[in-house]
Ligand binder design. Structure first.
Ligand code: SF4
Ligand code: SF4
Length: 298
């Protein structure tokens, strides 16, 4: 059952989160839950994110920063916005989204959702990347090779959840990689390892989906969105109320690729027409010069 908390308590929670953020620069030890070992296999993996169990402690957010050695960023807390930081960046791969929810009787309560890259089953970001810097692994993670990234930002534009962000200093994108290094060692992702309430659970996607359907939650998000994702959210309130975008169920990669093809088709056609025009004009000028020269008897 979700506990109703006052604004004051939430501000405290947010401040605690900010306090934890300050720890990013000092080495902290991951909790005992880190030792949780999952037998590694190549079956697609997923994380179950139960917003009914999340208390907004931001341990997942901190663990992500620590494990991935991501630098701290300056953030601010306002009375109206307890989500801190307020979104993804090249160095913020996981954060906790706070939502104030009003029921029909006008009662206010809160829900918190730990968000990160959805690790789509058919990722649009991968389909639009011209250099194949982004790649989908059979186990689920969508990873990227910074050395192949040319900074075109197609993935930034194409992602329906606005996950990848471009690091202007390093000239590469940054986003969650599903702790692929940990998964391959049979460990659970750092965010999951540090969640003390069971709001985050890791496992094979088919088992996670079964858990989601048996969880008693009225709403599931991520099972079908964009053709299905590796992040499966469950909630007792509709996801629109939690600020989650409505995403079509068919894979977006298909029409994004078609769109890009048509754009590049137009681009190629324009290029050919320009070339023909250029050489046509050049030949005309040359011919004119020849005619002029011959008329002068040179
Ligand atoms: S959520 Fe965005 S960045 Fe993550 S896999 Fe899907 S399309 Fe790519
Ligand atoms: S660690 Fe667990 S309880 Fe804490 S904010 Fe993250 S998901 Fe919520």
């Amino acid at each position: 059952m979700v506990e109703k908390l006052s604004r004051r308590n939430f501000l405290k929670a947010a401040v605690t989160g900010a306090g934890l953020t300050a720890l990013f620069t000092s080495p902290i030890t991951l909790s005992k839950a880190e030792e949780t070992v999952n037998s590694y296999n190549k079956k697609p993996k997923a994380i179950l994110i139960d917003v009914r169990k999340c208390i907004g402690c931001k341990a997942c957010q901190v663990a992500c920063k620590v494990w991935n050695k991501l630098p701290a960023e300056e953030t601010a807390i306002t009375e109206d916005e307890y989500t801190n930081p307020t979104g993804f960046s090249a160095n913020t791969w996981c954060y906790v989204k706070f939502s104030e929810v009003k029921d029909e009787a006008g009662n206010i309560s809160w829900r918190m959702a730990s968000v990160r890259c959805m690790h789509c089953l058919e990722p649009t970001c991968v389909s639009v990347c011209p250099t194949k810097a982004l790649k989908k692994l059979p186990e689920g993670p969508v990873i990227y090779d910074p050395n192949r990234c040319i900074g075109c930002k197609y993935c930034v534009e194409a992602c329906p959840w606005h996950v990848p962000h471009f690091d202007e200093e390093r000239k590469v994108i940054g986003k969650c990689i599903f702790c692929v290094d940990r998964i391959k060692e049979g460990m659970v992702p750092a965010c999951v390892a540090n969640c003390q309430t069971g709001a985050l659970q890791f496992g094979d996607r088919d088992e996670i989906l079964e858990k989601a359907h048996n969880s008693g939650a009225q709403y599931i998000y991520g099972e079908k969105e964009a053709g299905g994702t590796s992040m499966i959210f469950v909630s007792d309130v509709p996801f629109e109320k939690l600020g989650f975008p409505k995403v079509p169920h068919e894979p977006i990669s298909t029409y994004k690729t078609d769109l890009l093809k048509s754009i590049s088709g137009i681009g190629v056609a324009t290029f050919i027409i320009s070339l023909v025009g250029y050489f046509g004009v050049k030949m005309l000028v040359k011919r004119k010069a020849q005619v002029k020269a011959s008329s002068k008897g040179v």
